[in-house]
Design a protein around this ligand. Structure first.
Ligand SMILES: Cc1cc2nc3c(=O)[nH]c(=O)nc-3n(C[C@H](O)[C@H](O)[C@H](O)COP(=O)(O)O)c2cc1C
Length: 172
């Protein structure tokens, strides 16, 4: 199989992490990948808050009911959107742009041997308020998602969820 495709299929949500530091060079590579993603009209409305402080990671986790693993992650990324910078200032474009960046981070993390998991924030108002408050986000900066990243303490097999019934040819 093509190694790039193998890597895409090998990316899995990793929710258990080793107690081991993630080097700054790795974080830079993840951010390079994030900001290599496509964005509508190349507006790049994304911002990334890199969180390494264990106390802040624990507090972030407190406001994310399905994000407890963030407390034990080597690094957390809060992916945010500057709504004023988005194409036509439309939230839908900002969300699509940020989602593309998030997926690139997940794929890059896997390529580096790291593990990561996408933690949903937007559109849950409580989670958004929690991140905005904790990270001092300006009013025009919307928290979209968090990503917990670290050296994996669990292994998951590559897979696709390919489903013939989801594929339509020429017309529905
Ligand atoms: C928008 C979005 C929000 C998600 N939120 C969470 C979350 O809060 N907690 C979590 O553990 N996983 C979360 N995930 C990860 C999914 O549960 C995971 O991708 C899915 O179960 C498929 O498994 P895989 O990533 O290993 O292929 C989220 C994924 C997406 C796309």
């Amino acid at each position: 199989v093509n190694p790039a495709i193998e890597s895409i299929l090998g990316r899995r949500s990793i929710r258990r992490f080793q107690d081991r530091e993630v080097p700054d060079e790795c974080v830079r590579t993840l951010l390079d990948a994030a900001m290599a993603a496509p964005s509508a009209c190349c507006k790049d409305p994304w911002h990334f808050v890199v969180v390494r402080d264990r106390g802040i990671l624990a507090k972030l986790a407190e406001g994310l009911p399905n994000g407890q693993m963030l407390a034990s992650a080597g690094v957390g990324l809060a992916v945010c959107a500057n709504i004023d910078a988005a194409h036509d200032r439309l939230i839908s474009y900002a969300l699509q742009d940020c989602s593309a960046a998030i997926e690139n981070v997940l794929l890059a993390a896997h390529a580096l041997g790291l593990g990561a998991v996408w933690l949903g924030v937007h559109p849950r108002k409580g989670r958004m308020a929690h991140l905005a408050d904790l990270l001092d986000l300006p009013a025009n900066i919307l928290p979209i998602a968090a990503i917990a990243i670290g050296w994996p303490a669990e292994h998951k097999e590559p897979r696709t969820r390919y489903d013939e019934t989801k594929v339509h040819h020429e017309k529905w």
